[in-house]
Design a protein around this ligand. Structure first.
Ligand SMILES: Nc1ncnc2c1ncn2[C@@H]1O[C@H](COP(=O)(O)OP(=O)(O)OP(=O)(O)O)[C@@H](O)[C@H]1O
Ligand SMILES: [Mg+2]
Length: 528
């Protein structure tokens, strides 16, 4: 790996990087930054949590002159939370250089954004819906944009943003640099690349499997009605520092976060039906640790970088392998360890194996944690906390009462009572969750499962082979038919994105698949 000084960056950019504590570049940064600095278009793929944001952010910031007073760079992200986070990281990287960057996303008062735009930011980070809104109002003009980045490019296509992105990109001068980044690059990304990138360099740093190796992956087979008990035992047994729990639908997330709160966990929910204020609040509380369990739909699956997330739990299995990869990638970031658990109902076992096959990574089968393990886990964490207090000697004002109590009672009795109090008995409230339909792995067409090499198909779209860089690559196609097929039975309170995606399914129908049709999302992320 290189030090950042070797890239020939401006001293002020370097200073900001040093301040962020980045000592060496990550592999994706190492490979992308030189191409990006040379002005090349690129498609960058690397595992979750490996610094893709800085891989595009650093060269982008380096090339913009401070005197610039037009919008010259545009970064698009699929969700509001990600736009805010990327803007934040760009802000940190431009601290010394003094460029102006601005997040633009739905749910925030547009007048406020218009006022902020008057300060002439050079870099806009936005979600496609709200960007289009500003473009139509002429409060954002793209005629001077020289660099465009699509972060989580594949997700934006999946969400049905293709049409919006096309509209936006057509307004950007052709003489520009375009970069696509994601941990997953399914085959349909090629179409966008062909249309909007010029001789892109494919920079892929996916050594063997697409999931980050720092994440331990396990699953537990449970019946739908056992899931909540399993979750509560798992949380007790593992005592995560911070955990993200993914549920399939908005209803699920609401019910689950409420149930966890009733049981005494410090949890809150995030999905696209909440107001932006509520969403911001939940994210703030999670980032500052005032809640330690975030329950979310796939709105939180992509790109979010919250330090201290030790656990990801798939309360419901995700629809597709990409979603799995991104969800579990919220832990095990920047070289840290992480743990991912998935609950699988008996009827979903095939779907789980399908995810394993595509991600080329087996998950460990684990038994349902026992009540004893749950209790032991809680006691262990209490004991750890107590010992921390002991070590830091933060208890002198409690000594007199301790001495007084010890004169009357046995020390073991007293300590056991204190541990009991601190551990906190779980509130015995009954919990009813609306069941979700199981997801089923659809029968795959022969051309997809072909040639009896189970891991092969996934390899070509996920693996680091650059030969797949053209349209020919035998990518993973099964996802599309599985998706549309399984949707009707598993929608929950799925809300259709009426305004998107009407357009293109038909164009490809002659090929018997609709690779750009909308994913049957259980959450539209509320992006407009
Ligand atoms: N060179 C570096 N050294 C140390 N930490 C880094 C470096 N580059 C980035 N990071 C940190 O690593 C974390 C993950 O980075 P980032 O969010 O960019 O990952 P990503 O590859 O975009 O992941 P995802 O696929 O989930 O979006 C961030 O906290 C970031 O600040
Ligand atoms: Mg990212």
């Amino acid at each position: 790996m290189k030090t950042f000084a070797e890239f020939g960056l401006e001293p002020k950019v370097l200073q900001a990087i040093t301040e962020l504590g980045f000592e060496e570049s990550t592999p994706i940064q190492d490979k992308s930054i030189p191409y990006a600095m040379a002005g090349r278009d690129l498609i960058g793929q690397a595992q979750t949590g490996t610094g893709k944001t800085a891989a595009f952010g650093i060269p982008l910031i380096n090339k913009i002159p401070v005197s610039e007073d037009r919008i010259v760079a545009l970064i698009m992200t699929p969700t509001r939370e990600l736009a805010i986070q990327v803007a934040d990281e760009i802000g940190k990287l431009t601290r010394y250089k003094g460029l102006r960057s601005l997040p633009i996303y739905g749910g925030q008062e547009i007048g406020r954004q218009i006022r902020a735009l008057k300060k002439r930011p050079q870099i806009i980070i936005g979600t496609p819906g709200r960007l289009l809104d500003h473009i139509n109002r002429k409060t954002i003009r793209l005629e001077d944009v020289q660099t465009v980045v699509l972060d989580e490019a594949d997700e934006m296509l999946d969400m049905g943003f293709m049409e919006d992105i096309q509209t936006i990109l057509k307004l950007v001068p052709e003489e520009r640099q375009t970069m696509l980044f994601s941990a997953t690059m399914p085959i349909n990304i090629q179409k966008l690349a062909q249309q909007f990138l010029k001789e892109p360099e494919h920079v892929s740093v996916i050594p063997k499997q697409v999931t980050a190796p720092s994440i331990e992956q396990s699953y537990i087979e449970v019946h739908e009605r056992q899931k909540f008990e399993a979750l509560s035992r798992l949380l007790d047994m593992e005592s995560p520092e911070l955990a993200i729990i993914f549920g399939r639908t908005k209803r699920r997330v609401d019910e689950l976060s409420e149930a966890l709160q009733k049981r005494g966990y410090s949890a809150d929910g995030l999905h696209g039906d909440l107001s932006q204020n509520q969403r911001d609040n939940v994210m703030r509380k999670f980032r500052d640790g005032s809640i330690d369990v975030l329950v979310a739909t796939d709105v939180a699956a992509r790109g979010l970088d919250v330090s201290g997330v030790t656990h990801v739990i798939n309360f419901d299995l995700p629809q597709d392998p990409e979603s799995y990869v991104h969800r579990i990638g919220r832990t095990g970031r920047a070289g840290k360890e992480g743990t991912a658990w998935s609950f699988v109902t008996p009827r979903e076992i095939d779907h789980l194996h399908f995810i394993e096959r595509i991600t080329r990574q087996r998950m460990n089968r684990k038994p349902l944690p026992s009540i004893a393990e749950a209790i032991e886990g809680k006691q262990r964490i209490t004991a750890e906390r107590m010992l921390e207090v002991v070590q830091n000697e933060e208890f002198s004002e409690y000594k007199p009462i301790a001495i007084q109590l010890l004169e009357q009672y046995d020390s073991v009795h007293l300590l056991a009572a204190a541990v009991k109090l601190l551990t906190g008995e779980k509130k015995d409230v009954s919990i009813e969750l609306t069941p979700e339909e199981p997801l089923r792995a659809k029968k795959r067409r022969p051309d997809i499962r072909s040639n009896g090499r189970p891991f092969n198909r996934g390899a070509s779209s996920y693996g680091g082979n650059r030969s797949g860089g053209s349209t020919s690559g035998g990518g993973y196609r099964g996802r599309d038919d599985r998706r549309s097929g399984s949707s009707s039975s598993s929608r929950g309170n799925y809300e259709s994105r009426g305004s998107y995606g009407g357009g293109y399914g038909g164009k490809r129908s002659s090929e018997g698949r609709s690779s750009e049709s909308r994913r049957p999302k259980s959450d539209d992320y509320g992006n407009n």
